[in-house]
Ligand binder design. Structure first.
Ligand SMILES: O=C(O)CCC(=O)C(=O)O
Length: 282
């Protein structure tokens, strides 16, 4: 379970981490599950409702970029999302009434793994308050050559930065970001990073020969209610479930403004939105 120093760091800096959170056995079981999910998938033939392929490969290319919502569809992932050791840590950061929010696996395959541009997660799904976080589990050792997570500390209480251009949500921060303040979070496989939903974060493309598979689970306080922004809200909320404590039948409101993302069509993912913005700029 997270200790007092880590809880303090999370509150002060907007993130903390715990190397060794997952055992070798747990990592091996999750990787076996991922291999099973990805088996046989190619650009030309894959289940687009369950995964997204890396774009820069031919029709027979088999490198997966993202697995969608593993904790909804596959029992070994769901079990982790409800494990007491994880929920005990989350309760220290978000309180005793906890909602599971979403899950994904970013595969960052060797040599091709896509960039993730600077963004704050809460810009994607505005809530009535900011008690929301993601836990990122490194399933491979992660460092700067294979695109470990980078964060900008101590800005998570300052509000949502601009993620739009011409009034349309771009999925990334569109104002200048001071990347000189960024901290790269390197760590061995099994490291868990607890990332506040307002903390700007990014990761570089994977140019190394080593994968950087990362399982990401989102949680929020049970009194953080979603602000309806259209179909994307309904889709996201279909994965939400109470994992600890009780449902809370009032919404708690924070004082920060929550910008409402406006979309052109329904985007497939963060990668899709960020790619559209890169194309728009060139
Ligand atoms: O995979 C990463 O490096 C970051 C993931 C992320 O920020 C996201 O998927 O929202």
């Amino acid at each position: 379970m997270l200790g007092a120093e880590q809880v303090d760091q999370f509150q002060r800096e907007g993130f903390c981490s715990e190397p060794g959170f997952l055992s070798g056995e747990e990592i091996a079981a999750l990787l076996t599950g991922m291999d099973w999910i990805c088996a046989g998938a190619t650009v030309a033939s894959h289940n687009g409702a369950r995964m997204e392929m890396e774009p820069d490969q031919g029709p027979e290319g088999n490198r997966v970029r993202r697995i969608y919502e593993p904790c909804t569809y596959y029992p070994e992932f769901r079990q982790l999302s409800e494990s007491p050791k994880l929920l005990d840590s989350l309760a220290r950061l978000l309180g005793e009434n906890l909602l599971f929010h979403y899950s994904k696996i970013n595969m960052k395959p060797p040599a091709i793994g896509s960039v993730v541009e600077w963004h704050q997660d809460l810009a994607y799904y505005p809530l009535s308050n900011t008690d929301s976080l993601a836990v990122l589990f490194y399933l491979d050792s992660a460092n700067q050559t294979n695109g470990c997570l980078q964060v900008i500390p101590e800005v998570h209480r300052k509000g949502i930065l601009n993620h739009s251009s011409g009034g349309i949500f771009c999925g990334q921060i569109t104002e200048p970001v001071d990347a000189s303040k960024a901290v790269a979070i390197e760590g061995p496989a099994g490291t868990a990073i607890f990332l506040h939903g307002m903390t700007p974060h990014a990761s570089a493309p994977n140019t190394s020969p080593y994968a950087r598979r990362t399982l990401i689970l989102g949680y929020r306080a049970a009194d953080a209610y979603p602000i309806y922004v259209g179909e994307t809200t309904l889709h996201a909320e279909s994965h939400v479930r109470l994992v600890r404590g009780e449902k809370v039948w009032h919404a708690r409101f924070g004082t920060l403004a929550m910008p409402i993302p406006r979309y052109e069509g329904v985007p497939k993912s963060l990668y899709d939105l960020q790619q559209r913005f890169r194309e728009q700029r060139t």
